[in-house]
Structures are given as structure tokens and as C-alpha cells.
Design a protein around this ligand. Structure first.
Ligand SMILES: [Zn+2]
Length: 228
């Protein structure tokens, strides 16, 4: 019986590669990656009471409230596969959600919070040069714009094109919204001994190595320092 448990929150701007890193770490640790979008879809599909509420709200074109999101997260984290830990991606998004998450952590090892930091000019460069498969929509990870004509989709062999929603104006607006919403969250967590910042402006392999190291140091005692 494994005694190690990892309760991880991953923060990071769009373009930081957070989702990909979270997927990989979840596999390595044998714990589920839990994203808010997936959670809502699961709850809606399972037709839980909260899922039905969320469905009605989304169908009316409104944003799902903190209450509903927190309820969905609570249901998800109570499932057997999350008892040894989880990686949250896309939640919490607000300080209110973070406070609610803390109340769900009573009786569990403390949350580890990792912020994947990437300078804004690099994010803009990454986000405005992302390629996506014309046929299946898969992101072409690590393929530069200049290779768009000579490289094909790894999944289906389709042609690659620039994402239409990735022009610079849209990207800058998304980053502005991210900063506005997330800075208070980073401030909320920053003073904890289990908070770490990982340099996301490196090759994917290097980021993953740093992430794994930061997680292990934060989970095993917190105050050992290291990456920060
Ligand atoms: Zn494809």
C-alpha cells in the first residue's frame, strides 16, 4: 500500500504547457488529473444533481458560479481514485474557490501549489505561432511556424495550420484576463511552504524535470526550499 499522497494545484498562464505537464505528471504519479472542464462534463453526463444544475446554467449561456464548480470538485475528489491524490488543472480560478478547496483538504496532506511561470513576451511568441491539425484539431507541440508546410499531424497525418484564435490582440487580452484573475490566487498561496514556482521558459523535458523535483520537495516537508 502506497503511503505517499499528492494533492496538487497547478497554476500557469495559457501557453505555459500546464495541461501537458499535468497529464504527464498524473501518469507518473498514478493519480488522476482533474480539470474543471472535464469535471463539469462528467457531472453532466452522470446526471448528478450538480451536473444537472451546471447543464442548465451553461445552456442558458451563463458562467457557472463558484458554488456549482466547488460542488462538482467536491464530488470528484471524493471518488476512490482521488483518495491517493490528484492534480487540479483549471481550478481554483478565484480566491473564493481556493478557500473552499482548503476546507475540502481537512484530513488530507497539505496542498502543493506549483506556478509555472513564463515571461509574457515568450507566451505571446508561443501562442501566436501555435499550429493545429486542420483535420483533427490536435495541437502540434513544439512544431515551429516555419515547419507548417513540411510537417504533418502526428495523430492523423493531416495538414497543420495556425490557430485562428491565436492572433496577437486576442492573445494579449487572454493574458491580461489571466493576470487579473490569477494574481490574487498566487498571492493567496505564495507564503505557504508548499508553494513553488517552476521556470516554464525552458524545453518541455527540462520543465517536467523541474516540476517533478519541485513537487517532491514541496510534498516531503515543504520548508526544505529548493526551486524557489
Ligand atoms: Zn490530425
Amino acid at each position: 500500500m502506497e503511503s505517499i499522497s499528492l494533492n496538487l494545484v497547478m497554476l500557469g498562464p495559457p501557453g505555459a504547457g500546464k495541461g501537458t505537464q499535468a497529464d504527464r505528471l498524473a501518469k507518473a504519479k498514478g493519480i488522476p488529473k482533474v480539470s474543471t472542464g472535464d469535471m463539469l462534463r462528467e457531472a453532466v453526463k452522470a446526471e448528478t444533481e450538480l451536473g444537472l444544475r451546471a447543464k442548465a446554467i451553461m445552456e442558458s449561456g451563463q458562467l457557472v458560479s463558484d458554488d456549482v464548480i466547488i460542488g462538482v470538485v467536491r464530488e470528484r475528489l471524493a471518488k476512490p481514485d482521488a483518495q491517493r491524490g490528484f492534480i487540479l488543472d483549471g481550478f481554483p480560478r478565484t480566491v473564493a474557490q481556493a478557500q473552499a478547496l482548503d476546507t475540502l483538504m481537512v484530513g488530507r496532506p497539505p496542498l502543493v501549489v506549483i506556478d509555472i511561470a513564463v515571461p509574457e513576451d515568450e507566451l505571446v511568441q508561443r501562442l501566436t505561432s501555435r499550429l493545429v491539425c486542420e483535420d483533427c484539431g490536435t495541437n502540434a507541440e513544439g512544431v515551429p511556424l516555419s515547419a507548417s508546410l513540411t510537417t504533418r499531424c502526428l495523430k492523423c497525418g493531416g495538414r497543420l495550420k495556425q490557430r485562428s484564435d491565436d492572433n496577437e490582440t486576442v492573445v494579449l487580452e487572454r493574458l491580461k484576463v489571466y493576470r487579473r484573475d490569477t494574481q490574487p490566487l498566487v498571492d493567496y498561496y505564495r507564503s505557504r511552504p508548499t508553494f513553488r514556482t517552476v521556470n516554464g521558459a525552458q524545453a518541455m523535458e527540462r520543465v517536467f524535470a523541474d516540476l517533478a523535483e519541485a513537487v517532491d520537495s514541496a510534498a516531503s516537508g515543504g520548508a526544505l526550499g529548493g526551486v524557489r
